[in-house]
Design a protein around this ligand. Structure first.
Ligand code: PFF
Length: 448
């Protein structure tokens, strides 16, 4: 098995692939809109604290267990099991993670498809094909079916090419492009009238709103979703890291990139909303609160791009291209979880496994589209609000309570020989043993 497994060929390859997984719709869409409605900079501070104090330690558990076992979540949890009970539960927990990754992908592909159709809507509008643009911009089952399928096929194609020539190659191409587009768009939007008002809302903290328990719970959930935790993506990516690399260092780099992009996206989205307001587009609901997240992206921003003419069309095209790329580098990491498992557990070729598993998940997406009202929100809540934190907690328990501490240390010493005397090793083991499971348990109970 060792020889047929893929590897990231370089450190930067891993960092960009893992950052590609982490940076997605959660950062560029979820974080800024939540910050906008929940105390601006105060929410930002809570999010930063939670990402470093809770999400980063959990990310480390996935990386360390993945690289040790060099296998899918089921194999990995079984490999670190030290008694009959943990061995018996490992396939159930690992299997549930794989199922949740697949379900996240099933709704993520639908949203990724919308991003692509809006990208083409802006482009066709620029080129003067107004009728086509109107179809592309309007919500319909046929549009969702078509673009979900296209988005899934792109995801399958990249995954079928393997770790180095699929995931790593495409992440190293797309992530710098994403960053460049994000910076340029932000700089442009900041020059527009109304942008400073958005900046003010983003940067002036309102602690009365950011410190409410319900909001802290929300921020925790979004930090987990944002770092792709609990469902085995980081575990699988960890299993492709070379033994010479330092895991704490890689984990820190991925966390910093993920958070920086979320923060940077806030400098784009908040000012863009207020530029829209300045141009006569309504951004507040009747109750005075900011309008909901989906409406923001799919109505407010296109309306803004329309209002500012040719420049708006160009900005809009780049904006939705940026969103599509961010979604794609995340969706490949989700598909990798069930595909790697299928390849490792059967003698299936990677290409066949990618198309078979991707095809099955596409069927789930189609079922969601056909029963949108009942299934879309429910799938998101089930996977991201309940399952991700619960699975994250279970992985912490496996690393801190089930696995032998000496083996954890040995694994971490690969690539970081001095780790035993570092602050990381003094804090992290106790932290994932007590603090993380307890805090996650509290969030989990609260979320009911
Ligand atoms: N981290 C991604 C985002 O912020 O959009 C979402 C995600 C990717 C969640 C991969 C879970 C996952 F396994």
């Amino acid at each position: 098995m060792q020889q047929t497994r893929g590897r990231f060929s370089s450190r930067i390859g891993f960092v960009l692939a893992a950052a590609g997984s982490a940076v997605g719709l959660g950062n560029i869409w979820g974080f800024p809109t939540q910050a906008a409605s929940n105390g601006g900079a105060a929410f930002l501070l809570v999010y930063l604290a939670l990402a470093f104090c809770l999400a980063y330690p959990v990310l480390m558990t996935e990386l360390v267990i993945g690289r040790y076992a060099r296998g899918n979540p089921i194999t990995a949890l079984t490999a670190v099991s030290s008694n009959a009970l943990s061995r018996a539960l490992a396939p159930i927990i690992g299997g549930f993670g794989i199922l949740v990754a697949s379900l996240i992908l099933s709704f993520y592909c639908i949203v990724g498809g919308w991003m692509m159709s809006h990208f083409l809507a802006e482009l066709t509008c620029l080129l003067g094909f107004a009728d086509t643009a109107a179809w592309l911009e309007t919500f319909s089952i046929s549009r969702s079916l078509f673009f979900t399928t296209v988005f899934m096929l792109l995801t399958i194609r990249i995954i079928s090419q393997g770790v180095e020539s699929g995931i790593e190659r495409w992440s190293t191409r797309l992530m710098p492009l994403l960053l460049a587009m994000l910076v340029l768009l932000t700089l442009y939007v900041l020059t527009m009238d109304g942008a400073m008002e958005g900046l003010r809302v983003y940067l002036i903290p309102d602690f009365s709103r950011a410190l409410s328990p319900s909001l802290i719970i929300k921020a925790l959930g979004s930090a987990f979703f944002s770092l792709s935790l609990g469902v085995g993506t980081m575990l699988i990516y960890g299993s492709y890291i070379d033994d010479r690399e330092s895991l704490p260092r890689l984990g820190t780099q991925v966390t910093i990139i993920d958070i920086s992009i979320a923060v940077l996206a806030g400098f784009l989205i908040l000012p863009a909303m207020y530029v829209a307001l300045h141009n006569g587009v309504e951004i507040f609901a009747a109750n005075g609160a900011l309008i909901s997240e989906d409406t923001l992206i799919f109505t407010v921003l296109p309306a803004l791009f329309d209002k500012i003419g040719l420049a708006g069309g160009v900005v809009g095209t780049f904006f939705f291209l940026l969103m599509s790329i961010a979604a794609l580098t995340s969706s490949i990491s989700m598909l990798e979880v069930p595909v790697a498992t299928a390849v490792e557990k059967s003698s299936m070729q990677r290409k066949l496994a990618s198309y078979a598993v991707g095809g099955l998940i596409l069927l789930i997406s189609i079922t969601i589209i056909m029963n949108f009202e009942q299934l879309f929100g429910a799938t998101i809540a089930f996977t991201t609000r309940y399952s991700q934190p619960l699975l994250g907690m279970l992985i912490c328990i496996y690393v801190a309570w089930v696995w032998h501490r000496g083996e954890v240390l040995q694994q971490l010493q690969k690539g970081s020989p001095d780790i035993e005397t570092s602050a990381f090793w003094r804090i992290w083991p106790g932290y994932i043993k007590y603090v993380c499971p307890l805090v996650i348990l509290i969030i989990f109970v609260q979320s009911f």
